[in-house]
Ligand binder design. Sequence first.
Ligand SMILES: NC(=O)c1ccc[n+]([C@@H]2O[C@H](COP(=O)([O-])OP(=O)(O)OC[C@H]3O[C@@H](n4cnc5c(N)ncnc54)[C@H](O)[C@@H]3O)[C@@H](O)[C@H]2O)c1
Ligand SMILES: [Zn+2]
Length: 337
Amino acid sequence: MKASLYEGNKTFSVVEKEKEAPKAGDVRVKVAYCGVCGTDVHIYHGMMDQRVSIPETIGHEMSGIIDAVGEGVTEFKVGDKITVRPLDNRLEEASDKGYSHIAKKLKFIGIDSPGAMQQYWNVPAFTLHKLQETTDLKLAALIEPLSVACHDVRMGQLKAGETAVVSGGGPIGLLVAMVAKSKGANVIISEVNELRIKMAEEMGFEVVNPAKTDLVEYVDKKTNGALADVVFEVAGVQASLDITTEVVGIRGRIVLVAIYGEAKPVNLFKFFWKELRLIGARVYEKEDYEESIRLITENNYPFETIITDTKPLEQIQELFESIDTNPNGMKFLVDCQ
Ligand SMILES: NC(=O)c1ccc[n+]([C@@H]2O[C@H](COP(=O)([O-])OP(=O)(O)OC[C@H]3O[C@@H](n4cnc5c(N)ncnc54)[C@H](O)[C@@H]3O)[C@@H](O)[C@H]2O)c1
Ligand SMILES: [Zn+2]
């Protein structure tokens, strides 16, 4: 079998190795596709070399078919289409209060342990979600990031008829927008990159460029002064953070999806004045995966359009190099077979 290895210093190798028999409680998956996450790009750029044990196979946005099952695995059989929820919460403690997806000793599979950018991948059976016979395996590589979006929308308690502003139209923002639409919300995307604005418009979204149009005025007009019910901060920049407290209306919710590595100022007066709520959201729980699998299988939203390039495993180096140079890029997939 072939496996890619991140070697450090913006370098991947592809090596030939023996398939391993799955240990008790594990399965061996024949990996179909693995998406490249923003985190994988950070790893490639050497920003996570302290956390990743180099050389290491990375990747966690995958789909595949069970190839072998280890002792004691009864819920899954060879041939099942699956995806992995890459959270290893085996060290969950009582103090985690049952929130295993954010447990203190949580390990992220594909970062803290070997990932999916290889032909065959051995993983614990408890991480698996079964797909439908009809689930497209290419689209299924989007289930992990779409589950992030399902979690964000659930945490924001977005309801039909409400107005949602999604600030940031990258892959995660677009997926949040699609899930928000599936709830019957009126969705406005705020994005500054012209190519991404065009892409979002082609997907049928209403898009505002806040660098050119006053977003608050725009949403104010659209909602007869009520402003947004929920704002999703998915851009990860101060300008976007600043606008959240302005564009949200009375008793509105701000869902913080973007990951900030350091403390940032926010206008706390607005939290008092409008009785706002700020909601943190980190990865996903089982039910978010189930909703995500349903959405991908039904395929009623332009998921396919988000996938801008797919390259075979052997070309993983070129794929990562192209991510840095391709301005049209959104979601890149590795074809692991
Ligand atoms: N909470 C979680 O568990 C979780 C999971 C996955 C990703 N994330 C985070 O979500 C964020 C988005 O991920 P992504 O892959 O879509 O990132 P991305 O960088 O591709 O997208 C961000 C988008 O925001 C746009 N933008 C920049 N400035 C803006 C502004 N002032 N107003 C509006 N838009 C602006 C950019 O042009 C870009 O298209 C990242 O911070 C990522 O780390 C969080
Ligand atoms: Zn990811």
